[in-house]
Design a protein. Structure first.
Length: 335
């Protein structure tokens, strides 16, 4: 079964064709980073306007790259939430229109749930589940326990800023560019991660929740008291503190739940220091680690199409009356 997926939840216009939930035939992603960089963040009106301009050509390119005409598609899927309402509308309505006109099944996909299962696109479903999975991006930081596709529960989540949001805010404090994650990572490579003892908030509180607001505030106070700071050391020390919390929580959850597989997804999971420390901890505890390649960690339509296949296998076709849900959470599957 070939599924055409569409993703426009924020500032990437993406379309993909995935066969049988695993084989990626195409995955076209048009990023708007350059468009929003002068504003230091995503401007919703600009994002939706750009989606509208690109959506047709991106879908056409995805079909062409997959060497699949529209009548060769078996189903169409699109993100319906969470995200920016005006952006979600573009992709959702385009996908529904294509499905309706072609007489194909349509599936609305939760963007966060697609991130949760995205590592399985690269590694396959067999022997991967159950797993403890960290979803960590600019808008989300959640720790989950999944026993099968569609069967999961939230163990913990951020009580304030998402990890990626903290990276962006600290980068702004330091006068670095947008997006902040890559900027901080680049400068951190030349810094000392032990130079500044920033707090590891909630690391040992016994819960699986996260907090990054205090870490961000600690950086702010440090910069005020140390005007002649070395940017590279601040970046490296901040990054180390954030990574320590993320890695510590996900590994502890796997050990306490006696789960042998750990996965991580979302844009922040691309961070090299995060991957290095998580890999070392998983190896030390003999845990299987599933990390998707970078193009499946940021917003992309392949993860939408991949999850849609599994939804259809269990009768999860959506009605054409489905509306966008900008603030929807991950939701909880039956465990």
């Amino acid at each position: 079964m070939k599924v055409l997926g569409v993703e426009t939840s924020c500032d990437e216009t993406s379309a993909a064709v995935v066969r049988d939930g695993e084989e990626i035939l195409s995955n076209v992603i048009s990023s708007q980073i350059a468009l929003h960089r002068p504003y230091g963040g995503v401007v919703p009106e600009l994002a939706s306007r750009h989606h509208l301009q690109l959506i047709d050509s991106v879908i056409e390119q995805a079909l062409a790259d997959a060497h699949t005409p529209l009548d060769g598609i078996d189903a169409v899927a699109a993100t319906y939430g969470p995200g920016l309402a005006s952006s979600l509308l573009i992709g959702l309505n385009a996908a529904k229109g294509i499905a309706f006109a072609a007489g194909k099944p349509f599936v609305g996909i939760n963007h966060v749930e697609a991130h949760l299962y995205s590592p399985l696109l690269a590694h396959g479903v067999p022997n991967a589940l159950p797993m403890v999975s960290l979803i960590v991006s600019g808008g989300h930081t959640l720790l989950t326990h999944a026993t099968a596709i569609g069967k999961h529960r939230i163990l913990g989540q951020t009580v304030d800023d998402a990890a990626g949001e903290a990276f962006d805010k600290v980068a702004k404090l330091l006068g670095l560019g947008y997006p902040g994650g890559p900027e901080i990572e680049s400068h951190a490579e030349h810094g000392n991660p032990a130079a500044i003892d920033f707090p590891r908030s909630m690391l040992h509180d016994g819960s699986y929740n996260f907090s990054f607001s205090g870490l961000k505030t600690s950086v702010l106070y440090f910069l005020r008291k140390n005007p002649h700071h070395r940017v590279e050391d601040v970046c490296a020390s901040f990054q180390e503190a954030a990574v320590d919390v993320l890695v510590g929580k996900v590994v502890r959850a796997a050990v306490e739940l006696r789960v042998n597989t750990v996965s991580a997804s979302g844009g922040v999971s691309i961070n090299r220091r995060f991957r290095e420390k998580l890999g070392a901890e998983c190896a030390r505890r003999r845990l299987q680690l599933l990390l998707a390649p970078a193009n499946l960690c940021t917003d992309n339509a392949a993860m939408i199409a991949g999850l849609a296949f599994h939804k259809l296998q269990s009768g999860g076709q959506s009605d054409f009356s489905l509306e966008v849900a900008p603030s929807i959470g991950l939701g909880v599957g039956d465990l």
